[in-house]
Design a protein around this ligand. Sequence first.
Ligand SMILES: N[C@@H](CCC[C@H](N)C(=O)O)C(=O)O
Length: 297
Amino acid sequence: MSHALTDSASPSLRFTKMQGLGNDFVIFDGVRQRIELRPEAVRAIADRHFGVGCDQILLVEAATSPNADFRYRIFNADGTEVAQCGNGARCFAVFVRRAGLTNKEVITVETQSGHLMLHHQSNGEITVNMGIPQLAPADVPFRNNEEAPEYLLSVGDDTLRIAAVGMGNPHAVLRVSSVTDAPVATLGPRIETHPDFPRHCNVGFMEVCDRSHVQLRVWERGVGETLACGSNACAAIVAGIRWDELDHAVAVTLPGGSLYIEWAGPGQPVMMTGPAQVVFDGVWPISAVLGNSEGGS
Ligand SMILES: N[C@@H](CCC[C@H](N)C(=O)O)C(=O)O
């Protein structure tokens, strides 16, 4: 039997639609349902016209290591599996408590980029320890011989100044004088797929308002422009601090709302605080992916 997406008990899967600053997710409980997500299933569910519609799908599973509470997997709308998602991490934290999978206030979760710690705050927001940023080019990964706060990147006839930062996933960050006029849709995909980023990258266009406030728009790898990207917001603040243009605690205004990011400096983890909200619960028919009414073959 070959399934694009399977559930041992029924031909449908329960999901919860959530959003963190408008970066939206379909979240599946893979602890209580047996789920295998293949790229064509991800694309069908994420489709905004023929599916549920989302930027990423999150699959919550039982932990595989004893020092974690859960494992969670992240899939971009184009079907690719990726290692990190800041807004998704906050939604995951709300999801597991609401689903009755845990009542802990501090949750440790395994991801492909390592363990993350998530703290529920008394005001309902979530703080995520996003880990220590990767600054060595090979770790981003980015093709350059030496580590530097800024690199030159040739894109067509232009030479851009960018930062390359790993947050468990790869990021480029550029300064712009105005996020409103930033060429996100034109330059974003060219930097995303630039050969100097061998695994492609998420691209942030950052306007520094003052040392404790920036505005940011993000072209996300595997999605396009989203209303917010938590991991790129972390990368942007790391870049801005390394350029000595920002203090160590910064408010980041994205099209979908604001995050608060703190970073003490190299070797220290980035802390991200922001909201996460449930939009609705739903049921996805497996036949919608398989193209038949049986839910299997
Ligand atoms: N929206 C996320 C990032 C999701 C993954 C990213 N598109 C990638 O391919 O690395 C966030 O909030 O961090």
